[in-house]
Design a protein around this ligand. Structure first.
Ligand code: PLP
Length: 396
C-alpha cells in the first residue's frame, strides 16, 4: 500500500488535460489546445550553442550539488542588475526547474503541521508541494472586486500560531494579475510583523504588459529581504521549459538547507543545462523582450475575442500568458442533453464537442473559472476562439 502522504497528493489536472488533448491530436483529431503552460518559441540558438559546446567540451560530469559557481554568479548578477537585490553565490541554489526550487524551499522551511497561506486563485502545484513537505496549505480566497489580489487585512486575519509562510506569485498563474510595489510592500510588512517566510514565485517576471511592472519582493527592504525566498527560473523567460533550470535566492540559512536537501535528492541539475542557463543570462540579449512583444499582441487578440463571448466574465491579464474567465453565468445551460454545472463540465464538453482544450480551474482554487493560455500563434488563437463562440452560441 502506498503512503498516506502519496495518496493525499492530487495528480496535476493541467498535465492530465494536456495529455488528453495530445492523445486526441495523435489520433489525427484537429484539437486547438489552450492549455499550454510554456512559451511556443524555440530556445534561442545562442543558448543551444552553449549546450553543444558544453557537451563537446566534456562538461558532462557531476557538478557542485547547488549548481556551478559561474552560473550562481550569473544569477546573482542578474538579480542585482535587474531586481536591485544583492545575493552572494552561496545564497543561490540552482534546481531542476522552479517547481523543484519550490519543493526544496518548502522542505527546508516546514515542520509537520506548519501552515502556509496560499492566496486563491493559485498555481495548482503549491498546495500539493506544501503537503509533500508535511505542511498544511491554508487557502485564502480573494475576490474579483479586489482584482483577485490578497488584501493585507485578510492576510493578517488568517495568520495563526501555526502559520510559517505565505506564497506570493506575481505575475500570477492563472489570473495574470500583477501586484503593484505598494501592494507587495503592504503584504510583506504583515509577513515581517508575524515573522513569516515569504515564498515569492517570480517565474513570470518578464511577462508584464501595459503599465504593470514586476517587483522583486526581496528588494523592498532589508527586513523583507531577510524573510523572503525568491524563486525564479529560465523556463518561461527563455523558452527553456525542457531544460529544467530554476533557482532559489534566499537568506544563507535557507539556501544551505535547500542545497543540502537537493544534494541527497537529485544532486546537481543537469550540467549541460547549467552551461546553457549561464549563457541565457547574458543580459545583453534581447530574446525575452522580443518574446514579450509577441505575447502582448496575442493578449490583445485573445482578450478582445473572449470579451465578445456572451456569459464570459473576463479580466484583462497584466502579466504571464493566460486569460482567466468566470463562466458561472453559463451554469444550467445545456449542450445536447448535457447540462453545464461547473467550469469542469464546460471544459469537458468543449473538448468533446468542439475539440478545444482549456483548463478548468477547480484545482487552482477557482471552480467557476477557466484558464486559456495565449502561448500559441495568433492564427490558432483565432481558430480556437471561433470554436468556443460556436460552442457557447449552441448552449440552450
Ligand atoms: N511557478 C509557476 C507559477 C508556474 O506556472 C510554473 C510552471 O508552469 C512554475 C513555477 C514551474 O516552472 P519550471 O519548473 O518549469 O521552472
Amino acid at each position: 500500500m502506498i503512503s498516506r502522504l502519496a495518496s493525499s497528493i492530487a495528480p496535476s489536472s493541467t498535465l492530465a488535460i494536456t495529455a488528453k488533448a495530445n492523445a486526441m491530436k495523435a489520433e489525427g483529431i484537429d484539437v486547438v489546445g489552450f492549455g499550454a503552460g510554456e512559451p511556443d518559441f524555440d530556445t534561442p540558438d545562442y543558448i543551444k550553442q552553449a549546450a553543444i559546446k558544453a557537451i563537446e567540451g566534456g562538461f558532462t560530469k557531476y557538478t557542485a550539488a547547488s549548481g556551478i559557481l559561474s552560473l550562481r554568479k550569473a544569477i546573482a548578477n542578474k538579480l542585482q542588475k535587474e531586481n536591485n537585490v544583492v545575493y552572494t553565490p552561496e545564497q543561490i541554489v540552482v534546481n531542476n526547474g522552479a517547481k523543484h526550487s519550490l519543493v526544496n524551499t518548502f522542505m527546508a522551511l516546514l515542520n509537520p503541521g506548519d501552515e502556509v497561506i496560499v492566496p486563491a486563485p493559485f498555481w495548482l502545484s503549491y498546495p500539493e508541494m506544501i503537503k509533500m513537505a508535511y505542511g498544511i496549505p491554508k487557502i485564502l480566497y480573494t475576490s474579483k472586486e479586489n482584482a483577485y489580489k490578497l488584501q493585507p487585512s485578510d492576510l493578517e486575519e488568517a495568520i495563526s500560531t501555526y502559520t510559517k509562510a505565505i506564497v506570493i506569485n506575481s505575475p500570477s498563474n492563472p489570473t495574470g494579475v500583477v501586484y503593484t510595489r505598494e501592494e507587495l510592500k503592504a503584504l510583506a510588512e504583515v509577513a515581517v510583523k508575524y515573522d513569516l517566510w515569504i515564498v515569492s514565485d517570480e517565474i513570470y517576471e518578464y511577462l508584464v504588459y501595459e503599465e504593470a511592472e514586476h517587483t522583486c519582493i526581496a528588494s523592498l527592504s532589508e527586513e523583507i529581504y531577510n524573510h523572503t525566498i525568491t524563486i525564479n527560473g529560465l523556463s518561461k523567460s527563455h523558452a527553456m521549459t525542457g531544460w529544467r533550470i530554476g533557482y532559489i535566492a534566499a537568506p544563507l540559512e535557507v539556501a544551505k538547507a535547500a542545497g543540502n536537501i537537493q544534494s541527497h535528492a537529485t544532486s546537481n541539475p543537469n550540467s549541460i543545462a547549467q552551461k546553457a542557463a549561464e549563457a541565457a543570462l547574458d543580459l545583453s540579449k534581447t530574446f525575452a523582450k522580443d518574446m514579450v512583444e509577441v505575447f502582448r499582441e496575442r493578449r490583445e487578440v485573445m482578450y478582445k475575442g473572449l470579451c465578445e463571448i456572451e456569459g464570459f466574465d473576463v479580466i484583462k491579464p497584466q502579466g504571464a500568458f493566460y486569460c482567466f474567465i468566470n463562466v458561472s453565468a453559463l451554469y444550467g445551460m445545456k449542450y445536447d442533453d448535457q447540462t453545464i454545472t461547473n467550469a469542469a463540465d464546460f471544459a469537458k464538453y468543449l473538448l468533446e464537442k468542439e475539440k478545444v482544450a482549456i483548463i478548468p480551474c477547480q484545482d487552482f482554487g477557482a471552480p467557476d473559472c477557466i484558464r486559456l493560455s495565449y502561448a500559441m500563434s495568433e492564427e490558432l488563437i483565432q481558430k480556437g476562439l471561433l470554436r468556443i463562440k460556436d460552442f457557447v452560441s449552441k448552449l440552450q
